[in-house]
Ligand binder design. Structure first.
Ligand code: ADP
Length: 454
């Protein structure tokens, strides 16, 4: 039952008791002769009235207790909300519709750099820098019409003059007639977020510039390498022609000089070609020309090409091919280039012993080629770095063996383009094994379609 109803009942009871007492007095005054009986009846009625009054008093007491408990709970709840408001990490303000501050929590006073007493009664706009006030005022005028405005980004200025970026969320409070009566503001300092966004924008821009620089560099390298290759081919061609045609007219010394021109030219051309390939790979401009060919034949031809190099160092080269089906789909020139790189490294870094080429098919749709040597081997701490471009393991080794440090980087990228992988196992002083795993049918990465020649 509500307090209101209980109160009414209590008033009724008092009223009944009063009526009874009045009726009693009336009867006594009207019939003085019946006084003894009347007195007995009246006393009885008075007793009943008193009992009812007593009950009503008890109810009222209970009502009071309940009322006090409810008021206590309400006060505790109010205090809890006050604490939440006060200790919230974001600034909270209540203003009238014109933007004059009525309430502020601690975070708001800290953000704006003023005390609570100073803040209350001040227009919020005084914390907006002069130049942004016009825009702020026009938005403020719109606020009573908008139910909720979220993440309104504004620059604010604390009383000490510190500028900071804030995100404001403003909610409209309406009176019973639905008219805006006040505004509730949440202020969040987003300086750190803004700085983060600024940094991301900066790095993004820097990244784009770097990408452009890399593209230009690769383009320049490709162009330069092409320009260098053309005269190199002329130097090589004519020195070879001269060696052949003027063999009998020239002395041994001159022939030796010509041979050195030819060999150095060949070496230079290889370097130029490596740089050209690498820049093409970097720029993503190298495409595979996929075709079907016989892998066993390709391995044999490649070994044959490098046989004379191995013989010069008295190294034997063995081929173990156990391929039930030697047909593969790949770019034969690029796969030859991979094999040449690995084989010439094996010959270069082996002073005695042998080189073995194993070709097999671990699965029907896979082929594997391993090139093993009995050479100087690679230190375990350096093995991860050998596929990085321009990476040569030791300066003294480089001087002894030469090279650019591009061969394995190109090899690795080509193998990855072929959707394969390359791994190396090595023991210093005992030799190395470079193992290639490739799909039997390489698909073009661009359109993922298999190209098989007829
Ligand atoms: P480079 O033109 O110097 O040969 P590579 O990229 O082909 O460049 O090889 C990088 C380095 O990896 C070489 O300088 C060498 O130190 C090491 N390396 C490659 N192959 C072998 C191998 N078969 N045996 C020992 N070291 C090797």
């Amino acid at each position: 039952m509500s307090f209101h109803l209980k109160g009414e009942r209590f008033t009724q009871k008092i009223e009944t008791a009063r009526h009874r007492a009045a009726a009693l007095q009336q009867r006594v005054s009207e019939s003085p002769r019946q006084q003894p009986e009347l007195l007995a009846v009246s006393l009885e009625e008075l007793k009943t009235a008193l009992e009812e009054l007593h009950v009503a008093e008890e109810e009222l007491r209970q009502q009071n207790e309940t009322l006090l408990a409810t008021r206590g709970a309400l006060e505790a709840e109010r205090q809890r909300y006050q604490d939440l408001f006060e200790l919230a990490p974001d600034g909270y303000l209540v203003t009238d519709t014109a933007g004059t501050i009525r309430e502020a929590n601690r975070a708001a006073t800290e953000l704006l750099g003023v005390s609570h007493t100073y803040l209350v009664g001040k227009p919020l706009i005084i914390f907006v820098p002069e130049e942004a006030r016009r825009a702020f005022r026009s938005q403020l005028n719109q606020l009573p019409k908008i139910g909720l405005l979220q993440e309104w980004e504004v620059r604010l200025k604390s009383r000490q003059g510190n500028l900071f970026d804030a995100a404001l969320t403003v909610a409209n409070v309406q009176d019973k007639q639905g008219k805006a009566s006040s505004l509730r503001w949440m202020l969040r300092d987003i300086t750190a977020r803004k700085q983060g966004e600024e940094k991301i924008r900066f790095y993004h821009l820097q990244n784009l510039q770097l990408q452009e620089e890399v593209r230009l560099k690769s383009q320049f390298l490709a162009l330069m390498s092409h320009e260098l290759r053309t005269p190199m081919n002329a130097i090589l061609g004519f020195s070879q022609l001269l060696m052949r045609q003027a063999q009998h007219q020239l002395g041994q010394n001159q022939l030796n000089m010509l041979e050195r021109i030819f060999n150095s030219g060949k070496h230079l051309l290889k370097l130029i070609e490596d740089i050209l390939d690498f820049s093409k790979l970097e720029a993503g401009r190298l495409d595979l020309n996929l075709e079907e060919f016989n892998l066993a034949e390709l391995v044999e031809q490649t070994v044959e090409e490098l046989q004379s190099l191995a013989q010069q160092k008295h190294l034997s080269v063995h081929i173990h091919a156990c391929l039930d089906n030697p047909c593969v789909v790949n770019d034969s020139n690029r796969l030859r280039q991979v094999l040449v790189n690995l084989l010439s490294n094996a010959i270069k870094f082996t002073d005695s012993g042998s080189i073995t080429v194993d070709a097999c098919e671990p699965a029907p749709d896979q082929i594997a080629i391993a090139i093993s040597d009995t050479g100087i081997g690679i230190d375990p701490s350096e093995i991860q770095q050998i596929f990085q471009e321009f990476r040569q393991l030791s300066q003294s080794l480089t001087r002894t063996y030469g090279g650019t440090g591009l061969g394995l980087a190109i090899t690795d990228r080509l193998v990855r383009m072929m959707h394969g992988k390359i791994q190396v196992e090595s023991q210093p002083g005992e030799g190395s094994t470079f193992r290639l795993e490739l799909p039997r049918e390489v698909t073009s990465s661009a359109n993922n379609s298999t190209i098989i020649s007829t």
